[in-house]
Design a protein around this ligand. Structure first.
Ligand SMILES: Cc1cc2nc3c(=O)[nH]c(=O)nc-3n(C[C@H](O)[C@H](O)[C@H](O)COP(=O)(O)O)c2cc1C
Length: 314
C-alpha cells in the first residue's frame, strides 16, 4: 500500500507502532519494522546510555525504518536528544510538550521528525516549522491523552494540513479503523495497545492477560481535571487516585501517587498498585500474536474493506 507516510519512511504498510514507555524496546520496534510497519523505541523514563544501546541493537535487528519517542517533559530531554542525534535512528517522534524548538536540531543530524500533537493549532505550527509528518492522537488512546477524540482530530486537523502526512492514533486496532482513517484523509495510523499485547512486547504476562480479559468500558482516565489525563484499566490504584482527585487533593500529591505506576504494571506485573495503561479498543485485544501476524491481519482487512467500500453507498 502506498501513502505519503509509506513514501516518507520507505515502509511497506502505513502503520506506526506508537512509542510506549517501558514497553517498546529495540526488539519490539524491530519486529514491527521487519513486518513492514515503522517500529518505535520509547525513551520515556530511560537515560542516554539505554537509548544508545537500544538504537544500536535495533540497527542489528532490522535494516528497515524505526524511530525513537521522546517525552518532551522528561527532565533529561537534552541528554536523550544528544544521544539520538549521535546514534541517528531514521526518525524521532515527540510528545507531551512543545516540539518546535527541537525540529531543526534533529534535521541537522539527518533525522526525520514526527511530532505527536493534540490540536489544530499545534499541528499547523509543527507543519510550518518543517516537521516531516505529524501524529494526531485522540483521547481513546492508552497513556497520556489530550481532550479531543480521534474522530474530532481527524475531522478538524486533516483538512488544515496540506504539506505533510497526518497519521491518526487512538483507539485504532484493526483493518476497519485503518481503512476509516485512510478514507478520512490520514496517511496512516499509529497503534499502541494492540502491539502492547503482541508476542514480542516485553510487557508482563499478567498485564497482557488483564488487557485481553478487559472490555470496552473497563478503562478510565486519571488526572483529566488537572489537564494531565492518562488512560488505563480501572483497578485499586485508579480508584484511589480518582477518589483523591475528586476530593481536590493537591496536584503534587497526585503526581507522587502516579509516579512509577506504568513501570510497576508493565515491568513487574503489579495489577493493584501499578497502572495498566491501554486504550479503548479493548474488545479487539483478544490474543497475544506476533507483530507480523497483527500487521498482516490489519492490512488484509483494510484492503478488503476498501475494496468493498463502493458497495456500501453507491
Ligand atoms: C503503555 C503505554 C505507554 C505509552 N507511552 C507513551 C510514551 O512514552 N510516549 C508517547 O508519545 N506515547 C505513549 N503512548 C501512546 C502510544 O504511543 C500511542 O499513541 C497510543 O497507544 C495509540 O492509541 P492506542 O493505545 O489506542 O493504540 C503510550 C501508550 C501506552 C498504551
Amino acid at each position: 500500500m502506498k501513502t505519503k507516510l509509506t513514501e516518507l519512511l520507505d515502509i511497506k504498510y502505513p502503520i506506526i507502532q506508537g512509542g510506549m514507555a517501558y514497553v517498546s524496546d529495540a526488539a519490539l520496534a524491530a519486529a514491527v519494522a521487519n513486518a513492514g510497519g515503522a517500529g518505535v523505541i520509547a525513551l520515556g523514563g530511560r537515560d542516554g546510555a539505554w537509548a544508545r544501546a537500544e538504537i544500536r541493537k535495533a540497527k542489528t535487528l532490522t535494516d528497515k525504518a524505526f524511530g525513537v519517542n521522546i517525552v518532551l517533559q522528561a527532565p533529561n530531554v537534552k541528554e536523550l536528544a544528544q544521544a539520538v542525534c549521535e546514534e541517528k535512528p531514521p526518525f524521532v517522534a515527540m510528545g507531551a510538550g512543545n516540539p518546535l524548538p527541537w525540529i531543526d536540531g534533529f534535521h541537522q543530524a539527518g533525522i526525520k521528525v514526527i511530532p505527536v500533537v493534540p490540536s489544530v493549532k499545534l499541528a499547523r505550527r509543527v507543519e510550518d516549522a518543517g516537521a516531516d509528518a505529524l501524529v494526531i492522537e485522540g483521547m481513546e488512546a492508552g497513556g497520556h491523552i489530550g481532550t479531543l477524540t480521534t474522530m474530532a482530530l481527524m475531522s478538524n486537523v486533516i483538512p488544515q494540513i496540506t504539506k505533510i502526512p497526518v497519521v491518526a492514533g487512538g483507539g485504532i486496532a484493526d483493518g476497519r479503523a485503518l481503512a476509516a482513517a485512510l478514507i478520512m484523509g490520514a496517511a496512516g495510523v499509529q497503534i499502541g495497545s494492540r502491539f502492547l499485547i503482541s508476542a514480542e512486547s516485553p510487557a508482563h504476562k499478567k498485564v497482557k492477560e488483564k488487557i485481553i480479559g478487559a472490555t470496552d468500558t473497563d478503562s478510565v482516565v486519571t488526572g483529566f481535571s488537572r489537564n494531565a489525563g492518562v488512560r488505563g484499566l480501572k483497578n485499586a490504584f485508579t480508584e484511589k487516585f480518582l477518589r483523591l482527585e475528586t476530593a481536590g487533593a493537591p496536584t503534587e500529591e497526585l503526581n507522587v501517587l502516579a509516579t512509577g505506576t506504568n513501570r510497576l504494571a508493565v515491568a513487574e506485573g503489579d495489577l493493584d498498585n501499578g497502572f495498566v495503561q491501554v486504550g479503548q479498543s479493548l474488545n479487539l485485544l483478544t490474543r497475544m500474536q506476533p507483530c507480523a501476524e497483527i500487521i498482516a491481519e490489519i492490512m488484509r482487512d483494510a484492503r478488503q474493506i476498501l475494496l468493498d467500500a463502493p458497495k456500501i453507498a453507491l
